[in-house]
Design a binder for this molecule. Structure first.
Ligand code: ADP
Ligand code: MG
Length: 694
């Protein structure tokens, strides 16, 4: 056999026939290198394996033992149970898998099983495995946990058990490790205090202790995070160099006047973010910055300062919002704030009467310095800016990529600076990974003097009392929202729905109140009309779906009642809660309904904290990243080993290291970085455009 390389097909490896090769392919293992990088997803430490003799009902245990007998037992109710008797050096126990008779085909007598699950009392002690791994009948598996060693458990697939995979990897590990060369510069590894690659891979597959396994894993995760950071930083830098922008001058005329006229002091976070933005605007490169801050953190003011820098330089600024109502709200707020400066913003929305609209769009076309506020009407073809210097986009995730780009491109001759605003708070390290091509400013502080929203979970049995409470708040002159996860009832889900509940509430408990129904199937005009009436206090109660999530500000609303809270993500609940607590009086967020203990535990973090970052972090942990970011993030880098959230410290370190590395050697042209550059370009095709190779 020719010498095996990492790129050699697995079929050339001893022990891999066509059958196994097919199964391996299902695990994405095609080459010898893939096999080497097929990492354990779990370890069992011999010291955590309980001797069978010690098991008592009620315990949660991991056991390692040999199958001495087995069979399928029918029950009276027609359920078939696979049972096996497992023995170790200390004793025997029956293990029982209800409803899994098919296990009889894969688990054989003499097989060594690793089992995890609760022990219960059923004609004696019985183990009900939640998870098991079949380690086969080779003595090797058992000695694998002898002498304090740790057993690696691999993701397996139909037709390829853990035992086979494990044997395969074990038998080729030494020769494959001999083919691996470290390519990260030694100084960098030392900085991160991580083992070199061959050692890391050995530690991951054959760890003397769990701690070693984690260290090996950290080395692999760090490399992934580092590579993504390098690519994104390099891409951002190249884009910046290409993006010449307007060089504004910080004249401190209008901005200083605004600051003096503000009825409050800026938070430290607002000052810092404003400074970062102004510094971008005053450089000759084009700004491309994301301003991220929890609901109520005061993003609008920061955007307004940026707009004033543009205006005092003779340019126009545009602030785009996703709904008419939000645009109107910004226009009102900004009008109030600018009154002392004798300035007025120009509003442009789709529903404005044609004549007003023409007046507004003529002003934009004229190129006169001004602040324009509007909806996507700002990016329509008919809208022309004579001299756009700054494009700010509020609730940026509500817009498509094209719409955001379109506003930035409205500048006429010059490339307008772009500021994106987002209320989805995500941890900084994760933002670095997701938005690597953007610079990031964070408002991680709330303006003082707000009441936290009192948040509580209430069971179904409290429904009547909760509704009475809502009614009392309305009686006191406040307004309320009641939110449902779906518009209509359906047989499939059995959920209370906005439409049916509206009918019920408006005819029953709130018959004497002014209530309206709001959901996403109403057309935008109707929706805005209802929200306007609510804002103007012509309505007491809004029964709605999550359409009210977007940044609308009705200070008099004091209750947010949410049904079926289990149907919402924590960050979504947090956005909903952000709709109340905007006035000077106490506000309430109530989650109504009976939920499972699991869900209650998940919701507890939401009830207990008002910190959007903490909530987003918990949300990410529970639901994964896909859910939180939706399709917008389809371009998100994928990781085999790393998890940017769990490996947050490692990710921050990778970000620092990448920055230092590229500062010293932007093209990775130096000798000591050659190996790394090669590894990068082998793994990411994008690296070829970013670094000249050769
Ligand atoms: P968001 O970040 O959710 O868009 P806004 O910009 O709408 O927040 O600000 C929320 C409210 O807080 C507004 O009423 C705004 O006037 C007020 N606000 C902003 N900054 C401060 C501050 N530094 N001190 C007090 N109130 C502030
Ligand atoms: Mg806002």
């Amino acid at each position: 056999m020719a010498t095996v390389q990492l790129g050699t097909a697995v079929t050339y490896l001893k022990g891999v026939g066509p059958h196994r090769a097919e199964a391996l392919r299902r695990l994405n293992i095609v080459t010898a290198g893939d096999l080497l990088y097929h990492l354990p997803h779990r370890y069992v430490d011999a010291s955590t394996v309980s001797p069978i003799v010690s098991l008592e009902p009620g315990m949660e245990v991991t056991v390692l033992g040999t199958v001495i007998s087995k069979g399928v037992i029918p029950t009276r109710k027609g359920l078939r149970i696979f049972q096996a008797v497992i023995r170790d050096d200390s004793g025997m126990i029956e293990a029982s898998w209800p409803g899994q008779p098919f296990l009889d085909r894969t688990i054989r007598k003499e097989d060594v099983l690793l089992l995890t699950g609760p022990v219960r009392f059923f004609h004696g002690r019985q183990l009900v495995p939640r998870e098991y791994a079949n380690l086969g009948n080779d003595g090797g598996a058992r000695s694998g946990t002898a002498g304090g060693r740790v057993l690696a458990v691999y993701p397996a697939t139909e037709g390829l058990s853990v035992k086979v995979l494990r044997g395969l990897i074990e038998s080729h590990l030494d020769s494959l490790l001999g083919l691996v060369r470290e390519y990260l510069p030694p100084a960098l590894l030392a900085r991160a205090a991580l083992p070199p690659l061959p050692d890391a891979l050995r530690m991951v597959h054959r760890p003397p202790t769990i701690a070693d396994a984690m260290r090996g894993r950290a080395r692999l995760a760090f490399e992934e995070l580092l590579f993504v950071q390098i690519l994104q930083r390099r891409a951002r830098e190249l884009a910046r160099q290409r993006r010449r922008g307007i060089t504004f001058v910080n004249r401190r005329e209008l901005t200083t006047a605004l600051r003096a006229a503000l009825p409050f002091a800026l938070t430290a976070a607002q000052v810092q973010a404003t400074r970062e933005i102004v510094s971008d605007m005053c450089s000759d490169r084009r700004m491309h910055r994301l301003l991220q801050g929890d609901v109520g953190s005061g993003k609008t003011i920061v955007a307004l300062f940026a707009a004033l820098v543009a205006v005092e330089n003779g340019y126009q600024a545009a602030i785009m919002a996703p709904t008419e109502l939000l645009a109107e709200q910004h226009a009102r707020t900004i009008e109030r704030l600018l009154a002392p400066l004798a300035m007025q913003p120009v509003l442009l929305t789709g529903s404005m009467p044609a004549r007003e609209r023409k007046v507004a769009s003529d002003k934009l076309r004229s190129g006169a310095p001004l602040i324009a506020i509007g909806t996507h009407a700002l990016v329509q073809q008919a809208t022309v800016f004579g001299k756009l210097g700054l494009a700010a986009i509020d609730e940026q995730h509500r817009f498509g990529v094209e719409q955001r780009a379109a506003l930035g491109a409205k500048g006429g001759g010059d490339a307008a600076d772009v500021l994106l605003l987002s209320a989805t708070p995500i941890p900084r390290s994760l933002a670095l990974t997701l938005y690597g091509d953007l610079d990031l400013s964070v408002l991680d502080e709330r303006p003082p003097g707000r009441w936290p929203v009192k948040t509580a979970m209430r069971p179904e049995s409290a429904r009547a009392r909760v509704l009475e409470f809502v009614d009392r708040e309305i009686e006191r002159g406040r307004q309320a929202y009641i939110v449902y996860p779906v518009i209509d009832e359906s047989e499939k889900t059995d959920l209370r729905a906005a439409t049916t509940m509206f009918a019920e509430l408006a005819a029953g408990p709130f018959a004497h109140r002014r209530a309206a129904l709001l959901h996403g199937r109403l057309d935008a005009g109707e929706r805005d009309d209802i929200m306007r009436r609510f804002r103007d206090r012509e309505l007491d109660l809004l029964v709605a779906t999550t359409v009210i999530e977007v940044g609308i500000d009705v200070a008099n609303a004091s209750v947010m009642l949410i049904e079926h809270p289990e149907r919402f993500g924590l960050s979504q609940l947090h956005q909903l809660r952000g709709r109340v607590g905007r006035g000077a009086e106490a506000s309430y967020c109530i989650l109504l309904g009976d939920v499972s203990p699991d869900v209650a535990e998940r919701l507890r973090i939401f009830v207990e904290t008002d910190d959007g970052f903490a909530i987003a972090r918990a949300d990410l942990r529970w639901r994964g990243m896909g859910d939180l970011f939706g399709e917008r993030q389809s371009g998100m880098p994928t990781f085999r080993v790393a998890d940017p959230l769990r490996d947050e410290q490692l990710n921050l370190l990778a970000a620092d290291v990448a920055q230092e590395l590229l500062a010293a050697d932007p093209e990775l042209a130096r000798g000591e970085n050659a190996g790394m550059r090669k590894a990068l370009s082998e793994r990411y095709s994008r690296a070829l455009e970013l670094f000249r190779v050769g």
